[in-house]
Design a protein around this ligand. Sequence first.
Ligand code: NAP
Length: 230
Amino acid sequence: MIKTILITGANRGIGLALTKLALTKKLRVEACCRDLENAIELKKLFDEYPDLNIIKMDVTSSKSILKAAKEFKNPIDILVCNAGINNGKGDIFSKEHNEKNLLDVMMVNVAGPFLTIRNLYDNLNQTDGSKVAIISSLMGSQTHMSSNAVIYRASKAAANNIMRTMSNQFINKNIVVSSYHPGWVRTDMGGKLADISPEESAKGLLHHFLKLKKEDTGKFFNYDGSILPL
Ligand SMILES: NC(=O)c1ccc[n+]([C@@H]2O[C@H](COP(=O)([O-])OP(=O)(O)OC[C@H]3O[C@@H](n4cnc5c(N)ncnc54)[C@H](OP(=O)(O)O)[C@@H]3O)[C@@H](O)[C@H]2O)c1
């Protein structure tokens, strides 16, 4: 039975919606965010759900992740690498695509899941098995044709690639590793015109996380559970 879910970037957007939904389903939530000052909504939830554990964790820093790991109360059954940024929405000539932004997006979207999973490996529930879900994007699929958000796309393609490599490494360890497109979601990142609400995205994602099985490892899913091309 699934008991504990850890969510990175849990203070807003899809991460916050996933946190709220998981709490209503009586899961224990390790809600991670890089700045506790920004955890206003999470702190409000704590009044209703005292089991909620709010933890400071920056996914770009092994030191921060290892410090957070000491605060987790239970083995992790589902690890959700959700934290992400998109700091360059234009084409290759966009001024947003400067060296600092390139480095930042690679650190959060690529190094982030890598460091989170590597440093929290010992916290995964290895007795009953565990599931790792990387929130990627359809924009990272090689089949998705467009000329915008060049480096964000590359970062999500790399996140999918990390998912594939880790799924192979853990194939005999009872750890399922998959990645997900959460839909085009009305968050700060997705914008007001996006297709679906964070709640709709979270509903589909959590439903699928809870059903993840061994055969799903190494696969890229839409939030509705359908398979997507890498
Ligand atoms: N929205 C969409 O349409 C869409 C589509 C495809 C994929 N996605 C992916 O879905 C995930 C969630 O996106 P969202 O729409 O919910 O975005 P969002 O509303 O912009 O929220 C992003 C979250 O990531 C956190 N974060 C950023 N850098 C971090 C770091 N270094 N350490 C820890 N947390 C960090 C943010 O924390 P702060 O509040 O501290 O900044 C925030 O909690 C991302 O991986 C995104 O790429 C979103």
